[in-house]
Design a protein around this ligand. Sequence first.
Ligand SMILES: [Zn+2]
Ligand SMILES: [Zn+2]
Length: 344
Amino acid sequence: MQARDILSLTPAGLYCPLADVHIDPLRPVPRALITHGHSDHARAGHGAVLATAQTLAIMAARYGEGFCGTAQAVRYGEAVTLGPVRVTFLPAGHVLGSAQILIEANGLRIVISGDYKRVGDPTCAPFEPVRCDVFITEATFGLPVFRHPDAVGEIDKLLHSLTLFPERAHLLGAYPLGKAQRLIALLRQRGYDRPVYLHGAMERLMQLYGELGIALGDLRKVEPGSRESLGGAVVLCPPGALQDLWARRFPDPVAAFASGWMRVRARARQRGVELPLVVSDHAGWDELCATIRETGAGEVWVTHGEEEALVHWCTREGLAARPLNMLGYGDDEAEAEAVAESSA
Ligand SMILES: [Zn+2]
Ligand SMILES: [Zn+2]
């Protein structure tokens, strides 16, 4: 039996016929394994869902308690038997509750990475490399040009701007699930203890992180009519809000945007971002290559993003590699997606 018999590509996404489960399915299916709570991976309407407790809580916060037929929570490292298949969720370091999924069947070990990163993040468990025969990796930033700088250095740019411009409101555009919470946690680690203000679209998930034990300090909602008084404050908002009328009421606002894509200067310029911060929740090129080596996998399947470049690299390393070309997964660092997510 080959890996392709254990996991196949279907219009609904990756499917394991031996266990009759889909992984991060794109449309409603009877049984689903969900890697993490971003809306393109975690959709509503499945029959039975197996995921970490945090991912289930994120789905319930987004879609309501009835987001699936039955939900079963799994702990990191706990093996679940589904017919002839053993399934284990392991930390992916992407957002709170995010997991890689290890599938074992017929003596073969296949790991589906989901979205992941290798650098530290105070808001989620760190990625755990897993030895496997086949590694299915994401490739959002799968080009050698994407080498993410240290996130702490990027946060220090924001803190520096706050001291340079103490009268100006600093509007920080960020993806509302994961990135926004990580930025606040990093600010707190750097000793910033003033209140952080939240756009309405940020509140629900921020509150959920608090309930799930991630302390983020003094968070306040931007009250109607209060924007004029927020000079010198940090205000978290979805990236799309930076250009809204909403942003103009703040005192001489500095538009900041935290995303892996801020590495591309033209993107920052196009969006009128004055303070681009290169902070990514996805692995950069070096992290992707190092991770593939660490898994010891002889075969690599590459999905969402820059598939061809990473497949080429794998081939040069002597690994069997192929692009999956699955459509339907978004790019959770991209601005358009982030707007959709904030209104989801
Ligand atoms: Zn994601
Ligand atoms: Zn993704």
